[in-house]
Design a protein around this ligand. Structure first.
Ligand SMILES: Cc1cc2nc3c(=O)[nH]c(=O)nc-3n(C[C@H](O)[C@H](O)[C@H](O)COP(=O)(O)O)c2cc1C
Length: 185
C-alpha cells in the first residue's frame, strides 16, 4: 500500500489529546492541505478560524452545549446537559470551518477541505476529530465576529487537533466492507 492509502486507512477520530500544542509548522501544513481541496466552480468557499486559546475554546464548547439543550432531539439535548462533555475534547487547537454564503456548493467544499485536514493531520501523527456540534453555538452575527468569521460566511463544522496520548494510538473502529458497495462488470 502506498503512503496515501496507508494514511486513509489509519485515520480515525481521536477524542483525547495531549495538552501540549502542535507546532506552527504542523498547523501550517494542515491548513495548506485544507486549501488544496477541490471546490464546486473552484469557489474555494472555505474560511478557517484557528483557535488555540483554551478559555475561548471552552467558552465555545459551553455555548454549543447551551444551544444543544434547546434542540428537540433527545440525544442532542442530553449531550448538551452532560457536565463532563467538552465538545472539542479539550484539544489544544480547534479549527472552526465556515463557508461563503451563496457559493455554488459551500457544504461539499468545506467537507472536502475537512477531509484533507484530517488526512494531513493523520500523516503527521496528529490526532483529529470532525466536530458537528460546533455549529450550534453560532446563532448570532456577534458570535461569528467574535472569532473573526467574515460577515458573509456561515460556520458549518470544526476540527479538533492535538497530539495523541500514547495509549490511544490503536483503536480503529472497523468498516463493514461487504455492506457498502458492490461492483458490476
Ligand atoms: C459531519 C460529521 C460530523 C461529526 N461530528 C462529530 C462530533 O460532533 N463529535 C464527535 O465526537 N465526532 C463527530 N464526528 C466523527 C464521527 O463520529 C466518526 O467519524 C465516526 O464515528 C467514525 O469513526 P472514525 O472517524 O474513527 O472512523 C463527525 C463526523 C462527521 C462526518
Amino acid at each position: 500500500m502506498n503512503e496515501v492509502l496507508k494514511t486513509i486507512s489509519k485515520r480515525r477520530s481521536i477524542r483525547k489529546f495531549e495538552e501540549n500544542q502542535i507546532s506552527d509548522q504542523e498547523l501550517q501544513a494542515i491548513l495548506d492541505a485544507g486549501l488544496q481541496a477541490p471546490s464546486g466552480h473552484n469557489d474555494q468557499s472555505w474560511f478557517f478560524s484557528v483557535l488555540q486559546d483554551k478559555k475561548l475554546i471552552k467558552e465555545l464548547s459551553d455555548g454549543s452545549k447551551a444551544e444543544m439543550q434547546k434542540i428537540p432531539v433527545p440525544w442532542i439535548a442530553d449531550l448538551g446537559k452532560s457536565e463532563n462533555l467538552n465538545i472539542y475534547y479539550k484539544a489544544p487547537t480547534v479549527i472552526i470551518v465556515a463557508a461563503k454564503k451563496g457559493a455554488v456548493s459551500p457544504l461539499p467544499d468545506v467537507c472536502a477541505a475537512i477531509q484533507n485536514i484530517l488526512l494531513a493531520a493523520t500523516s503527521l501523527g496528529i490526532g483529529s476529530c470532525w466536530i458537528g456540534f460546533a455549529k450550534f453555538y453560532f446563532t448570532t452575527p456577534e458570535r461569528n465576529i467574535k472569532i473573526g468569521i467574515p460577515e458573509d460566511y456561515e460556520v458549518h463544522y470544526a476540527v479538533s487537533l492535538g497530539y495523541i496520548p500514547a495509549k490511544q494510538k490503536s483503536n480503529p473502529p472497523a468498516r463493514k466492507y461487504e455492506k457498502y458497495y458492490h461492483i458490476i462488470k
